[in-house]
Each structure stands twice: as structure tokens, then as C-alpha cells.
Design a protein around this ligand. Structure first.
Ligand code: UNU
Ligand code: FES
Ligand code: FE
Length: 443
């Protein structure tokens, strides 16, 4: 596995998209230990409210408790392992398994067994058969995450430097809401292919999305067919400690939206910018009005400006279930939220034209390495390598160009680190060496 990721040179082995053994290791070392997105607080406001979610290939029930906290449990009956709750969202005081009728309370405890006395004669330990609880659940600005590892670092520490950027849209904007339930569909790709695309690929916009850009007459339309490069100083890419990264395209927040919707969003944001600048500073106000594309390690992606949040659920090395939420500023008027919802699902939803543009790229990049020779190739993420730097006003490691692969390198740097990490106990939160690793990288 040692030649899998070459951080020093910005290369990755194509086998990472196909190797079934590596996939198992990812499930254990990444999905078993990292903070995984579950849902937004607003989806489960009241006692007994629940949604089902995926953590890796494990399905979990996320339930609002009587005391207002949130717990998550494997959605697996402790009797014979059937799915406890077959519904994706609702409100329940008890979850009754469909198979033999064991029932569980909202706190996961095994509340009742049909004919317990008659059939088990006191010989079953009910306390030992509650739903298996996810070790940690925590929320950041309303976004709920779970972690299977009781020894994991806190969610706040894990988000680390990227919080400064998340706060632009999660806080300075006045807060966002996810408009769900999410659309779900299958893409025949490795889960990392779309995650790396969203972490930092502004390169493909003008080419892969050429027709969509032209047809929508969006703000990005001049890039259609690679007719032009975004001018110098048009954006930046950011890499952080835990692989979370993003790209910024300055001052073009609704760049993907159709011309009509973009106009409404620009007008709306203009009414808020001065207040945001006053409270959070000019830089954050500028980024609020910029387009941010990003991924949180390992498998959440968002497009601020395109109003979408996605999670790429692994289903084996070559299959991914994508869940897509529309996302809007909480204080937006209802009709604008509706425009955004419709526009988003038409663009980046299951059958959206932007989504369709991307899918064949995701699939071919993921499936061609089944070829014994193809999988030996190294994938190249060297764009801008050697120019990465740190800046006073922006946390993380920065690549100062609209198009580059700094955040790809940051994503796979941490991917490599966590695969090799024996346990969170062995992890040094204060080690800043990762920055130098990226800055020193060179072809
Ligand atoms: O999908 C992306 N990676 C993206 C979309 C990046 C920038 C703008 C829009
Ligand atoms: Fe980038 Fe082919 S040009 S994958
Ligand atoms: Fe794309």
C-alpha cells in the first residue's frame, strides 16, 4: 500500500478506485473512525423525530431524544438482524421490528419482546439487546455527524481549519436549511471519484459542463468549451489538516444557476452583504458572495452558490449512492427557496443536466482500473504544485488560482495519513507538519 498515495509528488495509484481489499481497509480505517454526516438538526426537531442515514455501508437510525439530544443506532434488530425501521423519516415513540415484533424505545433500549415470559422464560437479557449505539454524535452549526470510534477526536477538532470557511455559509449567511428529504440515486463509480471532484475541480467546468453552461446562460457561460480561463486572481483553493478542502470562485456565488435565478439571488445577497461585512469582516462578506465548492473528508460535498449538499455513500468499490439536498439561506423568501429547490434538482439532482454531465467521467475513472494494466497507472494531481502557501488572513494551505489541484493533494494527504494511523490515540493534533508536506511537494 506504500505506493498508493505519493503526497510528495501529488500522485495517486489508479488502483485506489477499484481494489476490493483497499475498500475493506477504507471501511475500517476511514468510515470506522471519521466523523460522518448524518442529517441536519432541522430535519428532526421534536422528540421521537427520526431519519435513517448511512455511515459507510451501515444503515443507522438518527433519533431525537426526550432530553433534546440526538442518538444514532445501527438500524439492525438484535434478534435476527432484520432492518428495524424501513421508513426514511418520521416520528415514533417506539421502533417495532417487522420480522418478529421486538420493539425498541427512542433511546434504543429493547422495550418489549412478544411473549417474552412464555417463550424465553426469563432467559433473555433485555439490557444486553438494545440497538447498537453509534459511539459519538455531535453537531456543528446544525449539521449532525456520527462517529463509530469512541476514541475519536472531537467533531470541532476534526473540522479544524475548515470551520472558518464553513462559517461563511453556515453562520455569517444567517444560517442555512437543507430542503429534504434528499433525492437518491446510484452512480457506478468509486465514492472518492465525485468527492475529489467536488473538493477542488474547477478545471472540468468549462469542458465537461460546456453544454450546460451555454444552455443555462449562467454567469460561468463564458467558460463554456474552454473559450476562456478565469482571469488571474479569480479564485483560490484551500487544503486543510483532515483532508477537507474547497475551491473559491470570487464574487460569482450563483455561477451555476440559470441567468434568471442568478439575478434573484444576487439581488437577495446584495441586501445582506453590508451587515455581514460589519459583523464578520469584508473578507467573509466577499466569500459569502462567492462560489465555494468543497468536500468534507471522507464523503460529503457542497456547492455554496449552487445551493446543494451531497453525500457519496459507498456501496462497494464500484458503486455509490448519492443523496442530494437543496440548501437555502434560512431567511430567504419562500418563492426564492422554491426557485432554488427546482433549479438545484434540475441541475444537480438525480436527472439534473449538470449531474448527467459528470456521471460518465466518474464511472469511467472508476471502472477502467479493473483492467490489470490500467490499475498500475498513477493519477496526476500536480496542477499548481510547488506554489502552495500559507496566508495570514485565510487558514489552511492555499493555492492562489481559480483552477488548480491543491485541495486534491490535501485530500489524499490525509487519506494516506488516516489509513496508516494505528489509532486516534497515536494522533498529534498540534503537529503542523502536514502544511510543510504540501508546500514542499514538487513534481
Ligand atoms: O462540481 C464542481 N466541482 C464545481 C461546480 C466547481 C466549481 C463550480 C461549480
Ligand atoms: Fe482529465 Fe482526461 S483530461 S481525466
Ligand atoms: Fe461537475
Amino acid at each position: 500500500m506504500d505506493d498508493l498515495i505519493d503526497t510528495k509528488r501529488g500522485l495517486q495509484s489508479a488502483s485506489m478506485f477499484i481494489d476490493p481489499h483497499l475498500y475493506e481497509v477504507e471501511m475500517e480505517k476511514i468510515f470506522g473512525r471519521c466523523w460522518l454526516f448524518l442529517t441536519h438538526e432541522s430535519a428532526i426537531p421534536n422528540y421521537g423525530d427520526f431519519v435513517t442515514a448511512k455511515m459507510g455501508e451501515d444503515e443507522v437510525l438518527v433519533v431525537r431524544q426526550e432530553d433534546g439530544t440526538v442518538k444514532a443506532f445501527l438500524n439492525v434488530c438484535r434478534h435476527r438482524g432484520a432492518r428495524v425501521c424501513p421508513v426514511e423519516a418520521g416520528n415514533r415513540r417506539a421502533f417495532v421490528c417487522n420480522y418478529h415484533g421486538w420493539s425498541y424505545a427512542a433511546d434504543g433500549s429493547l422495550a418489549a419482546i412478544p411473549f417474552e415470559k412464555e417463550l424465553y422464560g426469563g432467559k433473555i437479557d433485555r439490557c444486553a439487546h438494545g440497538l447498537k449505539e453509534v459511539a459519538k454524535v455531535d453537531s456543528y452549526r446544525g449539521f449532525l455527524f456520527g462517529n463509530f470510534d469512541p476514541g475519536a477526536i472531537s467533531l470541532e477538532d476534526y473540522l479544524g481549519d475548515v470551520r472558518w470557511y464553513l462559517d461563511i455559509w453556515m453562520e455569517a449567511s444567517g444560517g442555512v436549511e437543507l430542503i429534504g428529504p434528499p433525492a437518491r440515486s446510484i452512480v457506478h463509480c468509486n465514492w472518492k471519484a465525485p468527492t475529489e471532484n467536488f473538493v477542488g475541480d474547477a478545471y472540468h467546468i468549462g469542458w465537461t459542463h460546456a453544454s450546460s453552461l451555454a444552455a443555462s446562460r449562467s454567469i460561468f457561460a463564458p467558460m463554456s468549451g474552454n473559450q476562456m480561463l478565469p482571469p488571474a486572481g479569480a479564485g483560490a483553493q484551500i487544503a486543510t489538516r483532515f483532508g477537507h478542502g474547497l475551491g473559491i470562485l470570487y464574487d460569482v456565488n450563483p455561477g451555476v444557476h440559470t441567468a434568471q435565478t442568478a439575478e434573484k439571488i444576487l439581488a437577495w445577497q446584495a441586501t445582506k452583504k453590508d451587515k455581514i461585512a460589519e459583523k464578520y469582516g469584508e473578507l467573509k462578506a466577499r466569500f459569502y458572495g462567492s462560489h465555494l465548492n468543497g468536500s468534507l473528508f471522507p464523503n460529503v460535498s457542497y456547492l455554496w452558490g449552487t445551493n446543494t449538499l451531497k453525500i457519496w455513500q459507498p456501496r462497494g468499490p464500484s458503486e455509490t449512492e448519492v443523496w442530494t439536498w437543496a440548501m437555502a439561506e434560512k431567511d430567504m423568501p419562500e418563492d426564492l427557496k422554491r426557485d432554488i429547490y427546482n433549479g438545484l434538482h434540475g441541475g444537480f439532482g438525480t436527472a439534473g443536466y449538470w449531474e448527467a454531465d459528470d456521471n460518465d467521467n466518474m464511472e469511467s475513472a472508476s471502472l477502467l482500473p479493473t483492467g490489470w494494466q490500467s490499475r498500475k497507472l498513477r493519477l496526476n494531481a500536480q496542477m499548481g504544485i510547488g506554489n502552495d502557501t500559507v496566508m495570514d488572513e485565510m487558514p489552511g494551505v492555499i493555492g492562489q488560482a481559480a483552477i488548480g489541484e491543491t485541495s486534491y493533494r490535501g485530500y489524499y494527504r490525509f487519506y494516506d495519513e488516516i489509513l496508516k494511523l494505528p489509532s486516534w490515540d497515536a494522533f498529534d493534533l498540534n503537529d503542523e507538519g502536514w502544511k510543510q508536506q504540501l508546500i514542499d511537494a514538487d513534481r
